[in-house]
Write a protein that binds this ligand. Structure first.
Ligand code: AMP
Length: 287
């Protein structure tokens, strides 16, 4: 596997791929790779020559967040990527964000959900993703549905700026317990991880209530919040909205998405689930 750390070299590499008419499939990550990342890479490989990136992006961490202690394991990550036959890893030096004066913002959606709790987070995410797109010029880019709002905002950015990249969503990969895989799960010990798995179980039970006929968004959210608190979680938010994250309404509808963020033992987790009645279940989110 080729490891590229310089912007100019990465640009030249992509340029040469394009000259040879190869499609570029791009998977941006912050490293400490797990099975969720691996699923993104497996999807990417089906679309073209795969470039993965690892960069713990300081722009997307707020004050007092875990930038300094965010798990890093470049050697383990390199092994995982080369075992997957990924041809190129872009592992940029931090000068990729140093001295940045221009930022990408989506003022409307960055203030909802995660944006309310992490005010500069999506500005940091959109800016780094735009930078990476400018360097790598991918034809396809892969984002996990676990970070649903991130996926939705990146898709909108690509549309708003007429980018020549197709944003492809990838399903959430979970532990057997249901807990969504996350690099931050390494903050937990075994018992903590087991306890944290109640988070997804509660989202699933809430989706079950909807299946059984409860349509009031307020009642569904109240149920979820009550259960989350009962299990020792601090709740940042529980929301139900449409897949475009637009709608404010009283009744939940088929295909809506239930999103939540909680804190447990000092670790902040997000997750979501699509709420459907069985006959509606399309199983996919449209691109
Ligand atoms: P991160 O390294 O946490 O910034 O994540 C890099 C990419 O992997 C993002 O598109 C995430 O949405 C995606 N991702 C993270 N966890 C999972 C998961 N459990 N299943 C699928 N994709 C994931």
């Amino acid at each position: 596997m080729k490891i590229i750390t310089e912007i100019a070299e990465m640009k030249e590499f992509s340029h040469n791929l394009k000259k040879s008419e190869k499609k570029i499939s791009f998977v941006p990550t912050m490293g400490k790779l797990h099975k969720g990342h691996i699923r993104l890479i497996e999807s990417a490989k089906r679309y073209g020559e795969t470039v993965a990136s690892i960069f713990v992006n300081p722009l997307q961490f707020g004050q007092g967040e875990d930038f300094d202690k965010y798990p890093r394991d470049i050697e383990g990550d390199e092994k995982i990527l080369s075992d997957l036959n990924v041809p190129v890893l872009f592992y940029p030096k931090s000068d990729i964000v140093k001295n940045t004066d221009t930022f990408i913002v989506n003022p409307e959606y960055s203030k909802n959900l995660e944006g309310l709790f992490r005010p500069s987070h999506f500005q940091g995410v959109l800016t780094i993703v735009m930078k990476l797109f400018c360097i790598i010029e991918p034809d396809f880019a892969f984002f996990g549905l676990k970070d649903y709002q991130q996926y939705a905002l990146i898709k909108k950015m690509a549309e708003d700026f007429f980018l020549n990249v197709k944003i492809i969503p990838v399903e959430t990969i979970r532990e057997e317990s249901g807990l969504a895989m996350s690099s931050r799960n390494t903050y937990f010990d075994v018992a903590g991880k087991e306890a944290a798995s109640a988070f997804y179980k509660i989202l699933s039970s809430t989706a079950d209530l909807f299946k059984k006929g409860e349509k009031s968004a307020e009642k569904l959210k109240r149920f979820a919040v009550k259960e989350l608190i009962k299990n020792g979680f601090k709740v940042d938010y529980v929301e139900i909205t449409d897949p475009a994250l637009n709608r404010k309404y009283q009744n939940a509808e088929n295909g809506d998405i239930l999103l939540a963020a909680i804190r447990y033992k000092g670790v902040r987790l997000i997750d979501n689930i699509i709420i459907t009645v069985p006959e509606f279940n399309s199983g996919t989110v449209s691109n």
